[in-house]
Write a new protein. Structure first.
Length: 137
């Protein structure tokens, strides 16, 4: 879908999924990315996706959003990625958004993990559900 604005602000945003309540009423948005590790480069890419989700793709201020990270890795490597990802999430605030609350929602599965973060921008809280899905590797 084309929703919000691109990173440059010059074009419509290329949002991955917009979930609708009805044919004319949006409910929330989903942004997705692929990662295979949580190195600085991939962490920076993830940070960019989070900021786009909160800012560029959320011009009307949805109260909750979803960021899905598809992990291309082995089960053993997933644990390391999740530990680093979780540590980063628990401390990271994107520009103009203050992290208010972090909750790890570990499912106990070797294929999926999630966390809930509440970010505040000028008094308006937005909850982002971070979901990691291991695709294998």
């Amino acid at each position: 879908t084309l929703s919000g604005k691109s990173s440059s602000g010059k074009n419509p945003g290329e949002l991955d999924i917009s979930i609708m309540k009805s044919s004319d009423e949006a409910w929330t948005v989903v942004e997705a990315l692929n990662i295979s590790s949580f190195t600085k480069g991939q962490r920076d890419n993830w940070n960019e996706h989070l900021l786009r989700l909160l800012d560029n793709y959320n011009p009307i201020g949805y109260p909750f959003l979803f960021l899905v990270s598809y992990l291309k890795c082995s089960k053993d490597k997933m644990n390391d990625i999740i530990l680093n990802y979780s540590e980063h999430l628990s401390k990271y605030s994107p520009p103009n958004y203050a992290l208010q609350k972090f909750s790890n929602r570990d499912s106990g599965s070797s294929f999926i993990w999630s966390a809930e973060c509440i970010y505040d921008r000028a008094g308006f809280p937005t909850t982002v559900y971070h979901i990691c899905v291991r695709l294998g590797g």
